[in-house]
Write a protein that binds this ligand. Structure first.
Ligand code: SF4
Ligand code: SF4
Length: 180
């Protein structure tokens, strides 16, 4: 079963009653002044506070793609089908603060999710990289101090994903990108 499709079908028949405005595009790097410089090199994931944890996300949007266990259960198949709440221009959630009230199966990323086997997070994900003692990539916004570099490096879903609202047959959308 595709993880994100369940809530799509659910929401078709259970129209969510919400009138929140979509969140303005914000720059998470504005919070850099609140944290210790290069905190990701000094702290383990479990030692990070909420601000540091959120700053680690590079904004690629790949965790918001529908995916499922492969038949052999040894790997995960990704699609290019994004949650309908993902802004396909900036690859950020439109309703991040209250997403669980609208998308009931949206999963909060914690250590347990990072450790999942087979791997559910893309191999470029900063949480997965740090958990596996790897460095942040050169295009990561924390390294470049620029939230656009994840898109410029071609590792976000920008210009590659389609909203689940526009998909008829998800089986035709399984992808095998190098950065998944
Ligand atoms: S895959 Fe990882 S880095 Fe990319 S948006 Fe999701 S949590 Fe952030
Ligand atoms: S609700 Fe937001 S964070 Fe959750 S899967 Fe959808 S776009 Fe991603």
């Amino acid at each position: 079963m595709f993880r994100r499709i369940y809530s799509f079908v659910y929401n078709l028949f259970n129209k969510p009653n919400y009138d929140w405005p979509e969140e303005d595009q914000y720059n998470p790097l504005e919070k850099l002044s609140e944290v210790e410089p290069y905190f990701w090199e000094k702290k383990s994931l479990s030692e990070m506070n909420d601000t540091e944890w959120e700053l680690l996300c590079d904004g690629c949007g790949k965790c918001c793609l529908a995916k499922r266990d492969a038949e052999d259960k040894q790997s995960v198949e990704f699609t290019n089908v994004a949650c309908r709440m993902l802004d396909l221009n900036n690859c950020r959630c439109k309703i991040y603060e209250h997403r669980k009230k609208v998308i009931h199966d949206c999963i909060k990323i914690d250590i347990g999710v990072i450790k999942e086997v087979p791997r559910w997070l893309p191999k470029t994900c900063a949480y997965w990289l740090l958990y596996n003692d790897k460095k942040l990539p050169v295009w990561h916004p924390l390294i470049t101090n620029n939230i656009e570099t994840v898109h410029e490096a071609g590792v976000s879903v920008k210009n590659r994903a389609i909203s689940e609202s526009d998909v008829k047959n998800i089986e035709k959308h399984i992808v095998n990108w190098d950065d998944l």
